[in-house]
Design a binder for this molecule. Structure first.
Ligand code: NAP
Ligand code: MG
Length: 497
């Protein structure tokens, strides 16, 4: 079977050069010339090289963002003018969607069709959504009660928080970047983006689009490099006013520590171990398909993946067998071949980590219903879609985030407190509840301590719907008006008349 994708000449050429940094409107190499290799997860070989920013580059990028913010070149622009530029970004993303989808396929292991029809339009929609908010950032008026007999005019206003550093992971490089850049720019911030070292390609293209759309020099800067170097320096930098981070809970805690120096504002979208609760009165066929998609999409490398499955005992066998059958039929392989429907893990390091967690699950007594093995396919990083049974809440495979296509299934009965089981996690990102009893659905949704609850579906995102977690799944929300507010400060003005 060789249905392998023909890479376009433009993308070939793009991958043949060193992926550059964008500082103050100029594309450049790292000072000192350091580079890192960029691997393709489907082939396991080097597909490009990326500049690796030095401390001096980080200083320049922060200084450029600071200058552009203080100059008012962006915040001083009318909201309608900013909106037009963000809308243009969306148009350009769509115009270049074929090329961007290719980059996302080669670098991040996405399937071309899902990148072209899913990720790229979704990123475009994000810029349009926040283009709309530019002209609607408002304050309120207030009444003073403490000083009788005097007249006051009192109002609040929202102002851009300043220089925002945006750090994103590799599992959705384009969309995760859009989710931060669009609200930051809409609010009037100047920003510095650091993508994951594994996936710089689509963000470089996005940087070009931002410049082409008219974002002024210094308002958007791109630093490539690793987290412990560039990311840590941004999180600690005294001239950065805000840090928005998406990634692991472990690194999120490091960000919080690093941000202490100047008490910069912090928002965090972190990990999850999200429960799926299937009651016996659910539409079982739909629930089986929904649960399988919730864990196997993007090979489980999704923060809201439904990775803990609780099924009412009377339908447990039917549901677990149904999900296992779907897993067995999945065609795992290179995302460059449209015959496949589950692609690679992002890196050899991540493949090793996922394999180790599966082994640990077996060692602790979990039983593999299907999957569990690595697949040697053309050098890429592949693991079988995996379902565990006979697990309990003391096992690491039930407690820890795997970030791979690994599901743990547990039955529950009327005598179990299903809400307590669902809530027995240090995470609280997402959950889904499957039942045709509308009262049970909403009561269970209300009782689960998580930021995103789905009823009879899982993983549906939308720009209008706030996205983020309770507990150790993070601080703050992405998407919606709520995300925009996190790039603003609130000022109260009290005027005695
Ligand atoms: P990660 O190690 O936390 O990395 C995420 C980003 O942080 C990368 O750009 C990374 O850079 C950078 N980084 C690493 N160490 C850093 C440090 N000390 N200071 C500043 N930045 C640092 O996460 P990952 O393992 O790559 O990604 C998977 C995790 O992300 C999962 O836990 C998943 O749940 C979470 N995630 C959450 C959401 C959400 O919205 N809630 C969405 C997607 C993913 P380098 O990789 O270049 O070193
Ligand atoms: Mg890559």
């Amino acid at each position: 079977m060789s249905n392998t994708f023909q890479i376009s000449p433009g993308v070939q050429q793009r991958m043949g050069r060193v992926q550059p940094l964008l500082i103050d409107g100029e594309w450049r190499e790292a000072q000192g010339g350091a580079t890192t290799d960029v691997y393709g997860p489907s082939c396991g070989s080097v597909i490009s090289k990326a500049a690796s920013a030095s401390d001096a580059d980080t200083e320049l990028a922060v200084a450029a963002a600071r200058r552009s913010f203080d100059s008012g070149v962006w915040t001083g622009m009318t909201p309608a003018a900013r909106a037009k530029i963000l809308w243009k970004v969306a148009d350009l993303l769509e115009a270049y969607s074929a090329e961007i989808a290719e980059l996302e396929m080669l670098d991040a292991g996405k399937f071309y069709s899902s990148a072209k029809e899913g990720e790229v339009p979704f990123a475009a929609e994000c810029f349009r959504y926040y283009a709309g908010w530019c002209t609607k950032i408002e304050g309120t008026t207030k009444q003073i009660s403490t000083v009788p007999g005097q007249d006051f005019h009192v109002y609040t206003q929202r102002e851009a928080v300043g220089v925002a550093a945006l750090i994103v992971p590799w599992n959705g490089p384009l969309v995760q970047a859009a989710w931060k850049i669009a609200p930051a720019l809409a609010a009037g911030c100047s920003c510095i983006l650091k993508p994951a070292a594994e996936t710089p390609l689509s963000t470089v293209r996005l940087g070009e689009i931002l410049i082409e759309a008219g974002v002024p020099a210094g308002v958007f800067n791109l630093l490539l490099g690793d987290g412990p170097g560039v990311g840590q320096a941004l999180a600690a930098h005294p001239d950065v006013d805000k840090i928005s981070f998406t990634g692991s809970t472990q690194v999120g805690k490091r960000i919080v520590n690093a941000a202490q120096g100047n008490l910069k504002k912090v928002s965090l979208e972190l990990g999850g171990k999200s429960p799926i609760v299937i009651f016996d009165d659910a539409n079982i066929e739909e629930a089986i398909v929904g649960a399988a998609q919730a864990i196997f999409s993007n090979a489980g490398q999704v923060c809201v993946a439904g990775s803990r499955l609780y099924v009412q005992a009377s339908v447990y066998e039917q549901v677990v067998t149904g999900i296992a059958d779907i897993a067995k039929q999945m065609r795992v392989g290179a995302s460059t071949d449209p015959e496949h429907n589950m692609g690679p893990l992002i890196s050899e390091k991540h493949l090793n980590a996922v394999s180790k967690m599966i082994d640990q699950g077996v060692a602790e007594g979990g039983v593999i219903v299907t999957g569990g093995g690595r697949l040697e396919l053309g050098g890429g990083y592949f693991v079988e879609p995996t379902v565990f049974s006979d697990v309990n809440h003391s096992m690491s495979i039930v407690k820890d985030e795997v970030f791979g296509p690994v599901l743990v299934a547990m039955p529950f009965t009327e005598s179990d407190d299903i809400v307590a089981l669902a809530n027995d996690s240090e995470y609280g990102l997402a959950a889904s509840v499957w039942t045709q009893d509308i009262g049970k659905a909403h009561k269970t949704a209300a009782a689960i301590r998580a930021g995103l609850l789905w009823i009879n579906c899982h993983g549906i995102p939308d720009m209008a719907v706030p996205f983020g977690g309770y507990k150790q799944s993070g601080w703050g929300r992405e998407n919606g008006y709520e995300a925009l507010l996190q790039y603003t400060e609130l000022k109260s003005v009290v005027a005695k008349l």
